[in-house]
Design a protein. Sequence first.
Length: 388
Amino acid sequence: MKVARFSHFTALVIAGASAAVAFLPSVSRANESQAAVLALLFRPGARELALGGAGVAGARGSSASYYNPALLSWQAIAEGQRYPRAVGTTYYKILQNFGLNDMYYMYFPTMFSVKDWGQFSVNVTYLNLGEQQRTSEGGENLGTFNTYTLAVGLSYASKIGAHTSAGITAKWFYDHLADAGTGFEKGDPTGTGFAVDAGIAYRPSDRLYFGAALRNYGPNVQYIDAKQASPTPVNFTVGTSWKAFDTQYNDVTIMADLYKPLVQDYRKSWYLSILRSWADESVYKVEEIPDGQGGVTRIEHRNTLREETRQVDVLTGVEYTYADYVAIRGGYFRDWDGQRNWMTFGGGLRLPIASTALLVDFAYVHSLSGKGSDPNDGQQVYSIGFTF
């Protein structure tokens, strides 16, 4: 396909992908459709995805740093080790039901501890949007190009009190939209930049966690020229994780998150725009009334609280584990603004092998909008990891 404006091209491609991936917050809303590097919004970890995508207070293993870097400090308790280490990967096809096998997402996280310092994580994100056809203004076939995103992150977490931990992630990304500009555009249709995640976790008891995280906070990403720069997909999540039952063999954990996009154009003041993004949506209805002279008068109905509230996604799930070896999970994902409504299911196995453990997790998505009416219906996600 012809690429007219590369930042918008990426948003449109991934908008289609988001219809097939319950775990990418909707880019149909005006807020997130303005953003670049939407690969940073794809959620890893089949365990968390089976729980509706919730994880800011209860994510486990090497993927925990994505949801909230502060959770790294509590992985020693979760894994039953003083200085836990872990590696893993998550994989899924982002448009699986369309048969587009060259469009997929992969996440490679690691986790390790340094005595007297804290916990660290290094992770790599790779989103491949496949091969695209390039044409001239006159429709001439100019060959093909590949579109992909690569991101590398480094996370650090430490306890700042008996019940509290804090964490931060610095990430670098490279967004390759095409090999060359279109028409007379002479710039480079790729974007390179950085963003930061910051989180906090509070553990008032052995069975209860609270968490909050601000993710993907950084300056605009420039494509071709400064006029085509787009903001990073900033978002804020708050949630809780509660182990409702904790016995020798049977455990039940309930998790719930509230997700809010905070995308803003940061050209003027990217470090202050985060505050304005809490009240930048207000129009919920536009009426066009004939003026009697062949034209129309547009009347905008505004309610900032209503529209900002509609942008809050709800992610929740329940996990049952037996003897910490077998897990069965179910979740619910609701996005009012993007008109998405899903149930999620999954399971996991933890297999001890000498001094290590193999973790295998699976997630499945069922759309409540009806069979065949949602391309996301039947989405499958796989994760595998080791703790040692």
